[in-house]
Structures are given as C-alpha cells and as structure tokens.
Design a binder for this molecule. Structure first.
Ligand code: NAP
Length: 496
C-alpha cells in the first residue's frame, strides 16, 4: 500500500478543492464567520490539511436561523409546489452531471473509495429527484361531517424553520435526506455538517443556490465547536423542528435541549445490526450480502452489520468464505485505482476498532483474517473476521464502525431472534433464508425499523429509513419522509 503524504497533489484534486466555497452560507450570501476564525479539514488517508473553512460563532448560527425564519415568513411557505419541485429537479441533474468531481471531493475529505463516493452521490441525489416528484402531491382531504351539517377540510402546511445536524460518514446523503423533503414541503433550514467533512455540504449548498433556491431557504454553518454553536439555536423559539443524524449519545442530549421549545424531532441514531444466516440460506449469496452489509463505507455506517449470527451447521463454511473475501480486499487511499477499503475517519476511530478486537480476542475469539491496524500514515485497519466470539465481547454490544465481522452460532430460530433483539438499538437487521415463510415470520419478530431480506442493503429514497428503540425517532425517505416536515391543519366549515 502506498500513501500520498509525500507527493504533490494532482491538479484535478486541487481544482476540486479550490472550487468549494469555504465560507458560511447565510441569507443567500457567502460570508466569513463573525470572529474571522477558520478550522482545518484533513484527508484521512494522509492526515494532511486539504482546506480551511469558516468557523461559525453562536451569533453566526443565530443569524442563519434568523435568515431561515425571515425566508419562511416571507414568500417561501406559500411558494408554488411546482417551483420547489423544479429547483430540486435541477439540483438533482447538476449533481448527476458533476458526480465525478463531487466523488473526488468526498473521497478526499472522508476517505471512502471513489466508487463508494459515487454510489453515495447517486443515493444522495435520488432524494432530490424523489422529493421533486413528491412536492406536487402533498395535499390534505375533504370530508363531510357525519351529521351532514358541515365540512371537514384538512390541509398540510410546512412545519417552519428547521435545524439539521449531520454526521461525517455520509457527508452528502445525510444532508439531502433532510433538505430535499424540507424544501419540497416549503420549510426553511439551517444545516450544520460534521466538522470532519464540511466540504460536500458546502458544494451542495452552492449547487442548490445555482438551481434557483432563494436566499435564506437553506443556510449552512460550519463550526469546530458544535455544542456551543448549536445549543442557542435549538433553544430559540424561531426553530420549529430539529432533525439530527449521528450518535445516540449526542441525540439524547439534543432531545433534552429540544424539550424547551417542544420541538418536533427526528433522530437517526446509532445501530447494532444483526445479520442472521439460517441453515436453508444460499451461503454464497449470504457471503456476498455480508460483504455489502459489513464493508460498505469501510464499516462506518449506522446500517453496518455489527454481528453475524449463523446457523451452526453452516457457520464454518460461511466464516471461511467471508474471511477469504474480506482478507483479499485491497486497502489504500480511496483515490487509488482498485482500492476497496479506505482509511477510517481518524486515529481515534482506528484505535477504538483495535481496542474492540483486542477485547474480543482476550476473551477467547479467534482471528480468521486481519486483526490489526496498518503502520504508517492514514488510519487503516485490516478487514477482520472473528469466530468463537464470546457473549461478553464488547463488540457485540457496541457499534464497531469499522471493517470487523464477529461471528456467533445459533441452534434454533428462537435463539437467533433472541440474540438479534438483545440490544438497546433497533435500526436494521438482515436475514438470509430460502424459506419465504420463515423470512416473514422472523422479519416480523425482529425489533428494528428495517429488515433486509436476502440482501445486505436497505437504503432507498422511496422507503422509510429509520429505527426503533434507541436507534431513533421518525423516518427519512418515502412519503413518511416528507410527513416529518408537514403539519396537519383542520378547518371546520359551516355550510348553512
Ligand atoms: P456524532 O458525534 O453524534 O456527530 C454527529 C453530528 O452532531 C456532527 O455534526 C457533530 O458535530 C454534531 N454534534 C456533536 N455533538 C454535538 C452537540 N453537543 N450539539 C450539537 N451538535 C453536536 O456522530 P458521528 O460520529 O459524526 O457519526 C457517527 C454516528 O452517526 C454513528 O453512531 C452512526 O450510527 C450514526 N449515524 C446514524 C445514521 C442513521 O440514519 N440512523 C446515519 C449515519 C450515521 P462535530 O462534527 O462538530 O462533532
């Protein structure tokens, strides 16, 4: 593996980095933070600085909220649905047309291989297209009073100014999953991307501006100190909704802050996805699905399969085939041709993965492949398969967020379901079985918001993404996703 610490940045990379706006986007203007400060964005494959962006103060965030509030109280909430639809559609077309450039930018700030960045860009853009179509179809209903004496008119109205906080693992798609339905519904918003990956969001803001989104509808603040910058905004009475994607720990704090103004909240939080393989499953199919569910995004996904529960009669074959595939995956900087596994986001994340593996091994797990970090620059950890993982290993309870697959066995369907549900999380589960009746029976008993049946990927713009238990509140995607941005108002009409 080679790294790029000691080389001159290719012109194509520099051009992409130069094209990104580095300022705050407030009321349709690009401007510096009030304090004039900036913070660094680094390439996780090398640790080198790739950009500096404006570091917002709490007052900057309040200004951005004020802009969102003014735009909402102005024309935006009663704007024509077709106008909102056309803006989203134009932004979708622009992202598709520029996907190579955007993918390179995403890989430089986040580390994932270029092919995966492209996949995220296609996925992220699909929300703009889906909600461009939904923008003109969000209506209420009309009914007759049961006594025949009046009429009941129900309408949908935008919730109002929203605050969005997004994570670093999907720097574009976690934004469009919120922004697209909010724009379609007629809401305005303030977005704060993760400090590790602000560049993709800044590019998205520029693309939406060029697509005709009026100033103030979308405002973006980048900040190195998210807690102190966002808390005043969350407690401000002009905010009507908070949508957060990130860890359960931070989500819990934000739910507490939201209570003050009784905000509507959407929470897309952490996961601990079980991946069940029953004895009637096609093992090769299950291994292929496991690679997707485990290795997508270098394992840094809320939907990542965190633990594998495999019927004991096929567990050996499944483990050997998975280890052969994961052990052969090519590690390196995401910009390099043929690389399948990029660096983890930072050294803390790499050290946490190493610690979880060491804990499991100390308690008796056996390493089939990987099991260690790479020396040198970048935060690389080798794809790892563990068997004989004891029930008290920490990585069965905690989100690994790295390329590690711990395997346990089960003897019965009941045992598999009990193991899968033995967690405070409930985002997604995967199950492999050739028996459709079993798949439905087990799918219904899994305590998660989503279940992948004979597939390792559930994300889709037309489907309701979200979790139960401590994995969150609310859904993103599909008709459910725009409902989060609409209030229902009822008018009681007298007719005589
Ligand atoms: P995180 O530490 O919770 O951060 C998420 C976002 O919250 C970042 O923008 C962060 O800003 C901000 N933040 C942190 N503390 C804050 C505070 N006190 N007040 C306001 N904002 C604050 O999570 P992460 O490490 O970026 O992302 C990984 C987590 O996200 C994992 O648990 C993963 O499962 C979850 N996730 C869930 C979904 C889903 O759809 N359910 C999707 C993707 C990721 P800074 O960058 O400045 O710290």
């Amino acid at each position: 593996m080679s790294t790029r610490a000691d080389r001159i940045r290719p012109a194509a990379e520099q051009a992409v980095l130069d094209a990104v706006p580095k300022q705050l986007y407030v009321a349709g203007e690009w401007r510096d933070g009030a304090g004039g400060a900036t913070f660094a964005v680094e390439d996780p494959a090398t640790g080198e600085q790739i950009a500096r962006v404006a570091d917002a103060t709490p007052q900057d965030a309040l200004d951005a909220l004020g802009a969102a509030h003014d735009a909402w109280r102005g024309d935006w909430r009663s704007s024509a649905p077709r106008e909102r639809s056309d803006i989203l559609r134009r932004a979708y077309e622009a992202i598709v047309a520029r996907s190579d450039e955007l993918a390179l930018l995403m890989t430089l700030e986040m580390g994932k291989p270029l092919a995966e960045s492209k996949a995220e860009i296609a996925y992220g853009a699909s929300f703009l297209r889906w909600y461009a179509e939904e923008a003109v179809r969000s209506d209420g209903r009309f009914a007759t009073h049961e006594a025949g004496t009046g009429r009941l008119l129900t309408m949908k109205q935008p919730v109002g100014p929203c605050v969005f906080i997004t994570p670093w693992n999907f720097p574009l798609a976690m934004g469009t999953r919120k922004i697209a339905p909010a724009v379609a519904a007629g809401c305005t918003m303030l977005v704060k991307p993760a400090k590790l990956t602000p560049l993709s969001m800044l590019m998205l803001a520029q693309i939406l501006e060029e697509a005709g989104l009026p100033g103030g509808v979308l405002n973006v603040v980048t900040a190195s100190s998210s807690g102190s910058v966002m808390e005043p905004v969350i407690r401000d009475p002009r905010t009507r909704k908070l949508s957060f994607t990130g860890s359960t720990e931070v989500g819990r704090t934000l739910i507490g802050q939201s209570a003050e103004q009784v905000l509507r909240v959407s929470m897309e939080l952490g996961g601990n996805a079980p991946f069940l393989v029953f004895d009637d499953a096609d093992v090769d199919d299950a291994v292929a699905g496991a690679i997707v569910a485990k290795m997508r995004n270098i394992g840094e996904a809320c939907t990542a399969a965190n633990r594998f529960h495999v019927a004991s009669s096929i567990a050996g074959e499944f483990a050997d085939k998975l280890a052969a595939k994961m052990g052969a995956m090519k590690l390196g900087p995401g910009t390099q041709e043929g690389v399948e596994v990029g660096p983890l986001i930072d050294c803390e994340q790499r050290d946490k993965v190493a610690e979880l593996v060491e804990d499991a091994v100390a308690k008796g797990a056996r390493v089939l492949c990987g099991g260690e970090a790479l020396d040198g620059p970048g935060n690389f950890y080798k794809p790892t398969v563990l068997i004989d993982v004891p029930a008290d290993a920490r990585l069965l309870k905690e989100e690994i967020f790295g390329p590690v697959a711990p395997i346990r066995t089960f003897e019965s369907e009941d045992e598999a379901i009990a193991a899968a549900n033995d967690t405070e999380f409930g985002l997604v589960a995967y199950l492999y079985s050739a028996d459709l009746k079993r798949a439905l029976r087990v799918g219904e008993r899994l305590e998660t918001g989503m279940v992948g049946v004979n597939q390792g990927l559930v994300s889709n713009a037309g489907a309701p993404f979200g979790g139960v238990k401590q994995s969150g509140i609310g859904r993103e995607g599909g008709p459910e996703g725009i409902a989060e941005y609409l209030e229902t108002k009822y008018l009681a009409l007298a007719i005589d």
